[in-house]
Design a protein. Structure first.
Length: 91
């Protein structure tokens, strides 16, 4: 059975703190310049992990990924032949 996972963006104060952030989930990406990391965690545990991360003094803020809320099924709308070639040239 596959576990559903969700990403969390974690903004931190110093890059030395990445080692502690790794303990909470699967580290995917870190940005040196903007000082944030992206970790993936199980959706069932996301509330408790986010609370734990926010309690740490080294963490500035966290935000969840909204990927699962984005609609990815698109419907193809076919145009009528008359509408397809109607250029409205002002005639």
């Amino acid at each position: 059975m596959r576990m559903k996972r969700q990403g969390i963006s974690v903004w931190f104060q110093n890059r030395r703190n990445i080692k502690q952030i790794k303990r909470f989930g699967h580290l995917i990406y870190t940005s040196k310049k903007l000082k944030y990391a992206v970790i993936y965690v199980d959706q069932e545990k996301i509330d408790s992990i986010e609370e734990k991360l926010n309690k740490l003094p080294l963490i500035l803020k966290t935000s969840r990924s909204e990927k699962q809320n984005i609609r990815t099924n698109y419907e193809k709308v076919a145009l009528d032949k008359d509408e397809k070639y109607d250029y409205h040239m002002g005639v």
